[in-house]
Structures are given as C-alpha cells and as structure tokens.
Write a protein that binds this ligand. Structure first.
Ligand code: GLV
Ligand code: MN
Ligand code: MN
Length: 398
C-alpha cells in the first residue's frame, strides 16, 4: 500500500508509467527496503534491478522472484507490484528467521513490463532473454518522442551490468490472475503452466481532411470512419475464433481532431491474443484482410505494422512442479491455469527455468484502478513462492 501511494491514481489505484519520476521513486523505495535487510543491488543497462541475499553456495545461480513496478496509466495496486513485494517478503521472512539457503536468492524488478509508455510490453525481460535487440529497446519512444534509453539515464537507472548476463537459476513470478477463473472456482492459487500468444499492431490510416459542412457524404475519405469499422471488425474477429480469442483496440489518435473537419488521419493500436499459435496466425491473416477492406471502402490508405509477435509459451515442468508441491503441502485450493496476460516470466522462460503463481483478484478486474485482492490470498501466494524458492535453492547439486 505504501508503494501504491507513489504515483497515485485519481480513483484509488496507481499511475506509475515506466521510467517516469514516479517509477524512479518506486524503484528507490524498493532498493531502500532491500538494503534494510542487507541485500546487495545490481542494476543492468536496461534498468532491471536485482536485489541479492547471499546463500552458503554463492557460485550457484540464484533462485529469483520478481515482476514489475510500472503500471498502466489507470493501473491498480497489484499488477506487477505484488510479485515484486511478495519476493521481498520472502527475503524479509528468511532474514527475520535467520535462515540461510544453499543457493542465493534474489528479487528482480523488470523495466517497462506494461508497454503502456514504450511499446512493446516486457521489453527489458525480452532483452534479457535475447528476444529484443538492446539498441532497439533503447530507441523505443513514447508519445512525446522521448526514448527509453534517455529516460533510463534521466531517472538514474541505466546501470553498468550488461542486460542478459546476470545468471538466473530459476525464476518465479507471483501475480494476480487478472481474470475471473480462480475467484469463480474458489481456488486460492493458480499453478500457471503457460501463457497465450500476443500480437501487437500499429495502424496508420490516411484519408483526406475536408470540410464537415460542404463536403457531400459521398466521396469523403474519412479515416475515422474506416477506423470505426476496424474497431468493430476486431471484435468480430475475436468472436469468430471464440471462445479463446481476444482482440482489442486500446489507443486511437484522430487528426486534426477538430469538430468541423472530416478526419484525414487516424493512428490506432490493435492487440490480438490466442493460446494456440496456429489460430493466432489465422487471426493475423484475417486481420490484414479486414483492415484492407475497411480502409478500401472509404478510400483510405493504410499502413499496418506488426510491432510484436509473442508466441504462446509453456513454463518449465520442474518449476511448475515446485509451485504445485508447495500449494499442495500448504493445503491451498489450487488448479492449473494458462495466463491471459503477458508477463516478464513469459520472456525469461526462453533462457531460464521459470513458472508463475497466480492469486485471485476481485471480479477478475485488472488494468483498472479498482483492482483488488484479499490479503489472505496474497499471503497464500507469497507462502507458495517462499516454499517453491526454498525447494529449489536447497536442492542438492549433483
Ligand atoms: C500486460 O499487461 C499485457 O498486456 O498482458
Ligand atoms: Mn503485470
Ligand atoms: Mn499489466
């Protein structure tokens, strides 16, 4: 709750966009909390923060927990933050009980998970996993033209360590589910086995500015009208591939945005997702046709740019088993689940054994300031995280 007060939203949530002043303040608070329990801090050149609690065998790769501190513009108090602070709670608990593990333990904060300010999402964990080029990531710009690299420097989190070189023995990410399944089935813990595929698009539509009063309805080249049809068609596309597909237009800019000028230009974003790679590919093909058809109907030119193709992923069986064993031993009602949201864990799993722990959130609501979760459920998730980490950290090495 103290973290949530940094970059407060207007309706009880948080608005802590990546690499904003609020993000810096949140990072500073996290680092201070970690130093309080004697952790050392490493920051890499993507701004990822690793807080380390040594073990007895410090040549071993650390067992790591973590997530992100950035939020959506109208973000909640739990998305991301929970996974970071659950990791910190694990370290605090071991500190207070004076328990030393065999392998070292770490908590990681990944930069720019949300992708709300700098697209695509999960960019720094993506660089870590070798999925994005570092130069590409640094050059991504926000809507004011500020780049990720410059903003990292500005807030003082452009570290010395080369991103991708920090060893990770295993990564566990605790997170609210952000969907309705656990709550509906009265389960306390979700054993996350994988994540669905995601494709992100930038779409530019170019028609012609013209006078709203004197241009007849026929012969207009209204870019917003084409955009409106595309918004409807993206919904239709997701429904065509029901029940698992989703499709969203979340961002739109209308130019010149004047009441009495027919809009000559529109920029919009499209997000489509499916757990099955072949289905997602089919959706992507349909999307191209839909956009061409809607634009063509209004004499509008278009440029559709697929800026991100994130295939569906499966987590590591050994990490999944560690989470499942912890949930079983602690006697929390649990079930296996596939993540609808993207997560840093879905990037890091390409290069290190990884899995996730979900806990329910009220009404399945997320990316909303009203996002909330029960303290007992958050505690359960942190207990599962603790025991999964302990199991791997204390496993005898052969
Ligand atoms: C991350 O929040 C996502 O878009 O799934
Ligand atoms: Mn998140
Ligand atoms: Mn999110």
């Amino acid at each position: 709750m103290a973290m949530a007060e940094i970059g407060p939203g207007q309706h009880g949530g948080s608005s802590r966009l990546a690499l904003s002043d609020a993000d810096r303040e949140g990072r500073d608070l996290f680092v201070a909390w970690c130093r309080d329990i004697g952790c050392s801090i490493e920051i890499d050149d993507m701004g990822n923060i690793f807080a380390r609690r040594p073990g007895r065998e410090n040549a071993r790769a650390p067992i790591v927990a973590g997530s992100h501190l950035d939020t959506q513009p109208h973000g909640g108090r739990f998305d991301g933050i929970y996974g970071v602070l659950a990791g910190l709670e694990v370290l605090r608990t071991l500190h207070e009980k004076d328990v030393t593990t065999a392998a070292p333990l770490e908590v990681v904060v990944w930069t720019n998970e949300e992708g709300a300010r700098f697209a695509p999402a999960m960019i720094a964990s993506g660089v870590y996993a070798g999925l994005f080029d570092k130069e590409y990531a640094w050059s991504r710009s926000d809507s004011d033209g500020k780049t990720l690299g410059d903003e990292l420097r500005r807030i003082g989190y452009f570290g010395d360590a080369p991103c991708g070189e920090h060893p990770i023995g295993a990564l566990f990410e605790a997170h609210i589910e952000q969907g309705p399944v656990l709550e509906a089935e009265d389960k306390t813990v979700g054993i996350v086995v994988g994540g669905q595929g995601i494709r992100w698009y930038d779409l530019g539509l170019k028609g012609r500015d013209s006078h709203a009063g004197s241009t007849p309805m026929r012969g207009r080249r209204d870019a917003l009208l084409a955009a409106a049809e595309i918004v409807m068609a993206v919904q239709g596309l997701a429904l065509d591939y029901a029940p698992d597909a989703v499709g969203t237009v979340g961002e739109m800019q209308v130019m010149p945005n004047s009441r009495n000028t027919i809009p000559g230009e529109v920029f919009l974003t499209i997000d489509i997702r499916n757990p099955d790679r072949t289905v997602l590919e089919a959706m992507a093909e349909d999307l191209r046709e839909i956009v061409a058809k809607c634009a063509g109907r209004h004499g509008v030119e278009f440029e559709l740019d697929e800026i991100w193709d994130k295939p569906p992923i499966e987590f590591d069986p050994d990490c999944i088993a560690a989470v499942e064993a912890a949930a079983r031993e602690l006697e929390y009602p649990h079930r296996r689940i596939v993540s609808g949201a993207g997560h840093d864990a879905c990037q890091v799993c390409e290069v290190a054994p990884t899995s996730m722990i979900f806990v329910p959130c009220a009404g399945g609501l997320s990316h909303n300031e009203a996002e909330s979760a029960e303290p007992e459920d958050l505690e359960a998730g942190a207990n599962v995280l603790l025991h999964a980490m302990l199991a791997l950290a204390n496993r005898i090495q052969h």
